[in-house]
Design a protein around this ligand. Sequence first.
Ligand code: NAP
Length: 116
Amino acid sequence: MRVLVLGGTGFIGSRAVTRLASMGHEVAVFSRGKTRADLPREVRRLVGDQAELGRHVRAFRDFSADVVVGMHLMSEREATAFTSAFAGLTGRALAISSVTTPLAEARRLLGSSTTP
Ligand SMILES: NC(=O)c1ccc[n+]([C@@H]2O[C@H](COP(=O)([O-])OP(=O)(O)OC[C@H]3O[C@@H](n4cnc5c(N)ncnc54)[C@H](OP(=O)(O)O)[C@@H]3O)[C@@H](O)[C@H]2O)c1
């Protein structure tokens, strides 16, 4: 599958991305480029800010992800922007956060959830 991971260079995100790539998935990460991560060479890097997802729609469309993972959604606003940006662009969106407010919003917008 083609998997786009927003925030895929962080402590947990980079490990998830490395694992996905090792399983044979085609992976792209989207981040500001501030957090350095030693990712497999084949992982595609998209640089940008989650606060401006709308500016990157073309790149997201070009990658054509089967699954998009929002690895670092920290506010209700970010959760709303995430679901809006990827509506119609991907078959499945997954929101991950240890902060309950964005998760509640993502749950409402995406329709299902698993709470650890
Ligand atoms: N680490 C833990 O122990 C822990 C424990 C429980 C739950 N969690 C949850 O697991 C998830 C991932 O955690 P993590 O530890 O991997 O996070 P992290 O190490 O803080 O990494 C954050 C990631 O998000 C990117 N990012 C941050 N702000 C961004 C923005 N405005 N636009 C685009 N990218 C942005 C960062 O890259 P740039 O800085 O380059 O943009 C980086 O890739 C989070 O939802 C966290 O709440 C983590």
